[in-house]
Ligand binder design. Structure first.
Ligand SMILES: [Fe+2]
Length: 185
């Protein structure tokens, strides 16, 4: 069965989704390179996003997105509005940099770095702030499910508290302004 139709059927019965419930769906669907290949997109030269981002399903409750991050590329630091969700690594891997914004500062401060490999899931709780970086030359592809669909998410400058973004193609200046108007993953 087509990946989108199968996802729609599996998500439909869930009325009060949690990150763990979404993880179970993503783990069980058997999403391989072949199944996701028709939904891959390359970075749009007209966009400031240096990675492919394709919404493949949107309902009142869910938004499903395929992300294709080229080698040695990092997303901006971002949150997900008030959405929760889960990221499933279809192939490749990424470094997840978790940030926190202090009470008296609007700058995000790096807390931890964790590597996620093929078949692993990152749970997205409300309030999570992070970036995703692909540290190798080969691209990395992930399948993201959010609930509700992402709305009013923020992009942050990452100039404080983190080492220079060695793997970013956009590692200077104010990322918040560079990425204004764009949704993060
Ligand atoms: Fe994200």
């Amino acid at each position: 069965m087509d990946l989108v139709h199968e996802l729609k059927g599996l998500l439909q019965p869930i009325t009060q989704p949690t990150p763990l419930e979404i993880k179970q769906v993503l783990k069980g669907i058997g999403c391989t390179h072949d199944r996701i290949a028709p939904y891959l997109s390359e970075p749009d030269p007209q966009s400031s996003l240096p990675y492919g981002r394709k919404v493949i399903l949107r309902t009142d409750l869910f938004e499903v997105i395929v992300i294709n991050i080229p080698g040695k590329t990092e997303t901006p630091v971002h949150d997900h509005g008030h959405s929760i969700g889960c990221v499933y690594v279809v192939f490749g891997g990424f470094i997840n940099r978790l940030y926190k914004v202090g009470e008296h500062s609007k700058e995000p401060v790096l807390q931890t770095e964790t590597r996620y490999g093929q078949g692993e899931c990152l749970l997205i709780d409300d309030g999570l702030i992070h970036s995703m970086g692909n540290p190798v030359q080969k691209n990395m592809v992930s399948l993201h499910v959010y609930s509700p669909p992402i709305h009013d998410n923020k992009l942050y400058s990452s100039s404080t508290g983190s080492s220079p973004l060695q793997i970013s193609r956009r590692n200077s200046g104010n990322l918040s302004s560079i990425w204004a108007g764009e949704k993060g993953p």
